[in-house]
Design a protein around this ligand. Sequence first.
Ligand code: ATP
Ligand code: MG
Length: 429
Amino acid sequence: MSKKISRLRGMYDVTPEHVWVWQRLEQIVTSILQQYGYQEIRFPILEKTALFHSAIGEVTDVVEKEMFTFTTRKGESISMRPEGTASTVRMVLQNGMIFNDPQKLWYNCPMFRYEKPQKGRNRQFSQVGVEVFGFEGPDVDAELLLMTHKMWQQLGIKNVRLELNTLGTPECRAAYREVLIAYFEQHMDVLDDEAKSRLHSNPLRLLDSKNPRMKDVIAQAPVIQDHLSDAAMAHFDGLCTILDACDVPYVINQKLVRGLDYYSHNVFEWVTDDLGAQGTICAGGRYDRLVEMQGGKPTPATGFAMGVDRLVELVLDHNLWEQQAETEVYLIRDKAVPDAAIMPLAERLRSDLPGLKLVVNMGQASFKSQFKKADKSGAQFAIIMGEKEMDEQVYSLKALQDREFGQQQLSYPELVSVLKKHLPSMCEV
Ligand code: ATP
Ligand code: MG
């Protein structure tokens, strides 16, 4: 016997047992994005490696150690997308989408990072990302936060907090950068190798370090707030004022940074304590300089990415949702009734009742075993077709959960109207 091949480390399967959580989550999130007027985009899984190097930055975890990179037969270096912002910027430039118009875009797709797999950290994971181009005011930043806040509400996720900070304008940031370098240079003895190597190329990233040895030095580090210009303060205050007016609570975390050079003004994370160490379910901020750095004309931009895997885990770990039965009607038939008589009936019902979730019992089995399967499916009704029913063109409809309804003999039009009346999916149509 040949050996079974298992899946790759850090990858996972979604079986039918859990796929309903993914589907419902995606449905809720998508409908909110549409409610706010955002448009879906799709981009390739593979891009030129150079795109990620230039758009994410050389001195980042993602580019330094997490990319799945290959060389093609022709010797070109290509990579699987580790995130969506780089591809989105490439896409809007390549397709001339932000030449005159602003854009509010979203995507939902798997990303790939060669990380150490652990709870909440996979090598393939899905992100819902939003990227907005062409608006410079804090109103659109606020809209992103209001929209995500609404998502948590509708998903039933309660224990989540918004952490907010500002990195100011590029000028404020540049000044702060120098102050930070000077500060950390006084504490070289506690910096680890990674921190030392990033000190001059990306000092803000040191504030992100999870090394406990550096915790105190980071806590005492100078904060950006002391280096903000009036314009930067006004932008951040504008955002906070809108959040206050809409009753969205937040905490200001002065140590929250996005390490990438092109970030400016607000940065944020939605964090939950219900997931253990990997508690950030959504992260984002304003990146006004990126489009220009990628060869476009200067275009203000802001966005976020949400970890769908972590949200699914949250729902499952805390039993936030109840699973609904996927079958509504189970069609049971006598052994003597041929397939060629039963299948057209099922087809007719599916055509007359679009949305109806109808399962036909496959193969031949006793009524007892078919009823068992019908009960297990969670269906509300069984249609029972014996020889007599076929001959007389009547339909026995039995309620599997509603005792009062019992079993009724119906004509075809009656069957259709009773199902229409009693099934939730029919009300939606
Ligand atoms: P971290 O510091 O935890 O590595 P990050 O800065 O790499 O986070 P982002 O690139 O900002 O994360 O991605 C946005 C969101 O995508 C994260 O907040 C998280 O919810 C999710 N995410 C990122 N990496 C993974 C992963 N390997 N597995 C599952 N979800 C992930
Ligand atoms: Mg990471």
